[in-house]
Write a protein that binds this ligand. Structure first.
Ligand SMILES: NC(=O)c1ccc[n+]([C@@H]2O[C@H](COP(=O)([O-])OP(=O)(O)OC[C@H]3O[C@@H](n4cnc5c(N)ncnc54)[C@H](OP(=O)(O)O)[C@@H]3O)[C@@H](O)[C@H]2O)c1
Length: 315
């Protein structure tokens, strides 16, 4: 199978096209012919030696975790997912051969039927970002109508979906983004947009029940400063792994709660996300599309840090 691999840790230039042996399915896995693959920050972090790089067992490694495609080998004959079904989902980072390839093996419990009304690229853009947003808003955050939710990096992949899910849950949504994204985020359901380039968000908002922190302390102590806008007992979800190692202790000292989160794929949640996407209540924005061969360029764009919505690869 054709894949874009990395033979070493490094910059986007380490990607190379390669013919690899066909993936093999473990028990309980299906093999999917990948039509499109999402590009996520974890892919770039891992390629550069951070993220999940320590989990890479051998090179060449195939990165990529999101996919939409068709099943070419089911988990077993009578399994509900058959050959030819269009499915989407998330593979685990990055022990298995990833989705920057023609084929991927993935546990049947980590996939669902792709949204019927979306193309492969839109569907492939959803899994990691939407599962993370779902976890923050609906599972861990358990947002209730009328609650005040602050979402940092609201214009990005996870953020623009979290804004919509929080709005659907009946929350009052405060978003941080740059000015150019203000109107667009308003259309998605943000009640207030704070331009993080000109305004200290802690001077513009308060009494927040839930902070979805998609920045952490890598930029201007966004995580630490977020503790000051939470009401007593409020919850901060620190999404970027490792960006703020002391978040738990800092939150406890401030009298608020904090947790990390991981995108975990399951059929039921992906099905719920597909239903929202199909009836237009959850919209995924594709910022740019690239061919698989141009994955290095996609990573360069991603690492500039100003994607509006998602980047995807056509495989
Ligand atoms: N734990 C998990 O399982 C998990 C899952 C998914 C993602 N993540 C992590 O969560 C983070 C976000 O992921 P993502 O895919 O949403 O990233 P992304 O799409 O690359 O985010 C890009 C967005 O960040 C915004 N931004 C940049 N600096 C900002 C700042 N200081 N304040 C507010 N917004 C800012 C940009 O908005 P402007 O253009 O308006 O500046 C842009 O729209 C990443 O660190 C990722 O690795 C973790």
């Amino acid at each position: 199978m054709r894949a874009m691999v990395i033979d070493e840790i490094g910059g986007p230039e380490v990607f190379a096209e390669r013919e690899l042996a066909m993936v093999e399915a473990a028990v309980g896995e299906v093999i999917v012919r990948v039509e499109a693959a999402g590009v996520n920050p974890i892919d770039a972090k891992t390629r550069g030696g951070r993220g999940a790089a320590h989990l890479i067992r051998e090179f060449p490694a195939v990165l990529g975790i999101d996919f939409c495609g068709t099943i070419v080998q089911p988990a077993f004959d009578a399994h509900p997912f058959h050959v030819g079904d269009r499915v989407y989902g998330l593979v685990s980072v990055p022990r298995l051969s990833g989705t920057y390839a023609e084929f991927v093996a993935v546990p049947a419990v980590a996939i669902a039927r792709a949204p019927r009304n979306l193309g492969a690229k839109e569907s492939a853009a959803l899994p990691c970002a939407a599962l993370t947003a779902w976890g923050c808003i609906n599972s861990v955050g358990a947002v209730q109508p009328g609650q005040r939710v602050l979402i940092h990096a609201a214009a990005g992949g996870v953020g623009h979906l979290a804004v919509q899910l929080a709005h659907l849950a009946g929350a009052y949504v405060v978003a941080t983004a740059s000015e150019r994204n203000r109107d667009w985020l308003g259309e998605l359901g943000a009640d207030e947009v704070i331009d993080y380039r000109t305004t200290r968000f802690e001077e513009a908002t308060s009494d927040i029940d839930l902070v979805v922190d998609l920045i952490g302390n890598v930029h201007d102590d966004t995580g630490s400063r977020s503790l000051t806008v939470l009401r007593p007992g409020g919850l901060l979800i620190s999404v970027p792994t490792g960006s703020w190692p002391e978040y738990r202790a800092d939150a406890a000292a401030a009298g608020v709660r904090a947790t990390n989160i991981k995108a975990i794929s399951d059929t039921a949640t992906l099905t719920a996300i597909a239903e929202l996407a199909d009836d237009g209540r959850l919209r995924v924005n594709l910022d740019r599309e690239f061919s698989l061969r141009d994955v290095a360029e996609a990573h360069r764009v991603l690492e500039e840090g100003h994607t509006r919505g998602k980047l995807v690869l056509h495989v």
